[in-house]
Design a protein around this ligand. Structure first.
Ligand SMILES: CC(C)(COP(=O)(O)OP(=O)(O)OC[C@H]1O[C@@H](n2cnc3c(N)ncnc32)[C@H](O)[C@@H]1OP(=O)(O)O)[C@@H](O)C(=O)NCCC(=O)NCCS
Length: 406
């Protein structure tokens, strides 16, 4: 089937959005999500057959924080769909080829995404770099940590929540490995939109200390009242704290709300301190752990030289890119880390570790140890010493976590 691939123009946005509506079974009201839908329109790609859009995809221009705090430009792949009438004919493959090459042409060293399913993106060179946990805490669990600075909490309405959220998130993301930027036009209609939940049930609270906002939580309250007894639950969409005191105060506030039985949060970092702050550790129930951020290295040398490492040493890494064989991704690289920092360049030496580009994406942020991937048969070391050194070097200061879902 002959198809052409090209970005869409503004007037084609409705036709473009129809494909994700068919694919996901959800018609997004475009007018309420204009900032999200029309952002970076020149980086959209549509596959046309007989003048009709049959597959979609796009890159958002984002930034991702590496271990050590440096940020790199990242193409954020989103809006991936093929019309259910046209599936399994290679349209996704065409779209992914275009999007990775678009990132490469723009000098983005990495392509990233958050996925609807776990089986789609490995073949395109993406590895699971960060995981996410869905958690539930029931009352009467309470927070025992008492903040050094008690601070104050106050409710804000939607518009203020977007302004406050944007400023705080942008400050915080530089301190968290794997954090992904949230472009300004997304705030009003994607992060703090009016309709993420029935407006009647949506609440936003901020935490301030010394006149400065240090945390916020966006949450909703919903549930039945059987026999007049509230079984409502508070669901947290977004909770960002720039200090441990802010995190403790926000969780304490949520857990002590009246007329709820507990708190749910669908995305929590794996190394959350919250269970360790609770009166009863067992009340922090991890209901699922799954893939969070998928990372596909494009410029291997640039990425490896841009992060910091937990140990000094030298490793020769061979990387293969079976999907696109990109010149910048593939090859043998010498990574050297000393007190002065990291450097990475091509070498003719034998490799200490060999892996495909998706495995490099998985270890890049320190979310999984190279030795775990070796045990899974996804990475091959020449000897045990190289693997021990790789484990020590690639560790990061936090479990990586994107905070941003796109
Ligand atoms: C996922 C989706 C985009 C695939 O599109 P498609 O055009 O059918 O994909 P392709 O024909 O290019 O398939 C490429 C390869 O991926 C495989 N593949 C496609 N979808 C897959 C899935 N959901 N799980 C596992 N493998 C999948 C195909 O079998 C094919 O493998 P092969 O090369 O070994 O034959 C499409 O099914 C869809 O729109 N799904 C609903 C929306 C969605 O989940 N989008 C992803 C958002 S993150």
């Amino acid at each position: 089937m002959d198809s052409t691939l090209r970005p869409i123009a503004e007037h084609e946005l409705d036709a473009f959005a129809l494909v994700p509506a068919y694919g996901f079974g959800d018609r997004m009201p475009l007018d309420e999500h204009r900032g999200w839908a029309s952002h970076d329109l020149d980086r959209t790609v549509a596959a046309f057959v007989d003048g009709e859009i049959v597959a979609t995809g796009r890159n958002y221009s984002l930034e991702m924080t590496l271990p050590g705090g440096a940020t790199v430009a990242a193409g954020g792949v989103s809006w991936i769909t093929t019309r259910p009438t046209h599936r399994r004919r290679g349209f996704l493959t065409e779209v992914m080829t275009h999007l990775v090459q678009d990132s490469r042409d723009r000098g983005e060293p990495v392509s990233i995404l958050t996925a609807s399913e776990g089986g789609i993106y490995g073949r395109f060179g993406y590895g699971v770099a960060a995981q996410t946990a869905a958690v539930a805490i029931d009352q009467p669990a309470t927070i025992t940590r008492v903040g050094a600075n008690p601070g104050t909490l106050r409710f804000v309405e939607a518009e203020e929540a977007a302004t406050v959220g944007e400023e705080l998130f942008d400050r915080m993301r530089h301190t968290r490995v794997g954090a992904v930027s949230r472009p300004a036009p997304w705030w009003g209609d994607e992060w703090a939109p009016q309709d993420w939940v029935d407006a009647r049930r949506r609440f936003d609270v901020v935490y301030e200390a010394d006149g400065r906002i240090e945390g916020y939580a966006l949450y909703s309250v919903a549930g039945e009242w059987p026999h007049g007894i509230s079984q409502q639950v508070a669901t947290v969409r977004d909770l960002v704290a720039s200090t441990p005191d802010a995190e403790a105060a926000l969780w304490s506030f949520l857990l002590e709300l009246d007329l709820i039985t507990g708190v749910r949060m669908p995305h929590v970092p794996l190394d959350s301190p919250v269970p360790w702050m609770l009166s009863d550790h067992r009340q922090f129930r991890t209901e699922s752990v799954r893939d969070g951020l998928w990372v596909r290295p494009i410029d291997t040398a640039q990425l490896l030289a841009s992060r910091t490492y937990d140990a000094t040493g030298e490793l020769v890494v061979r990387v293969v890119d079976p999907f696109l064989h990109l010149e910048e991704s593939e090859g043998t690289f010498r990574l050297s880390v000393d007190a002065g920092g990291a450097s990475c360049e091509r070498t003719g030496r034998d490799a200490d570790l060999s892996m495909t580009v998706d495995a490099l994406g998985a270890i890049l942020l320190g979310g999984v140890a190279p030795s775990v991937l070796a045990r899974a048969g996804r990475l091959t070391p020449t000897d045990a010493h190289a693997l021990t050194l790789a484990d020590a070097m690639f560790r990061a200061e936090h479990q990586p976590f994107p905070f941003t879902w796109f």
